[in-house]
Ligand binder design. Sequence first.
Ligand SMILES: C[S@@+](CC[C@H](N)C(=O)[O-])C[C@H]1O[C@@H](n2cnc3c(N)ncnc32)[C@H](O)[C@@H]1O
Length: 220
Amino acid sequence: MWGPEGLDEVEAELLGPPEELKGKDVLEIGAGAAQCARWLAAQGAHPVALDLSHRQLQHALRIGGSFPLVCADAGALPFADGSFDLACSAYGALPFVADPRLVLREVRRVLRPGGRFVFSVTHPIRWAFPDEPGPEGLSVAASYFDRTPYVEQDEEGRAVYVEHHRTLGDRVRDIVASGFRLVDLVEPEWPAWNSSEWGGWSPLRGALIPGTAVFVCERD
Ligand SMILES: C[S@@+](CC[C@H](N)C(=O)[O-])C[C@H]1O[C@@H](n2cnc3c(N)ncnc32)[C@H](O)[C@@H]1O
């Protein structure tokens, strides 16, 4: 699943036709509980699920699946050059790092020539709107161009949650500067069947403004 709209890989085929995933080495970045890696394994691929959070990987382990789980930072991938055919990330790592080019260069390094990296993030336009599912989430309340990160702190003032904003142009420049070719930018539309609200995502907002941006990149 690429985002809260409900676009899944069976429908989108952004990693290629599912029948061609068989035997492919695939790295999932910011895997969380490794839902994507589990689906990839079911298609006959050889996924590796990577996440910075040991706790998230414990959830992945509990749910199960016969693929490796790796606890590491996406900015320092513990793999040899050219180890994977494909890489994917659904809202993993990239929205949370101050230096996305570091991650993109690392992903490029571990991909084989011709390899594809598909990643989704919150659509940058959402930065300008309050993160509310109702009508209050439809009025611009902040500057789209303000790159100051969103930070939540604990009582001691330590950052416990950080999100970094990049404009659409920033993302394109990061991708190209990291040695990738941008093949597609998918902005999933909110489908009629999806009546669920989740955080700031809702049918109301989904009908009017994009919520997810999926970048399809290739290593030449
Ligand atoms: C919003 S969750 C997405 C999880 C999963 N991909 C999904 O679709 O449910 C983001 C994940 O990225 C991980 N993450 C954040 N920064 C990371 C980094 N620098 N390296 C690796 N993983 C990171 C978090 O631990 C978290 O599990």
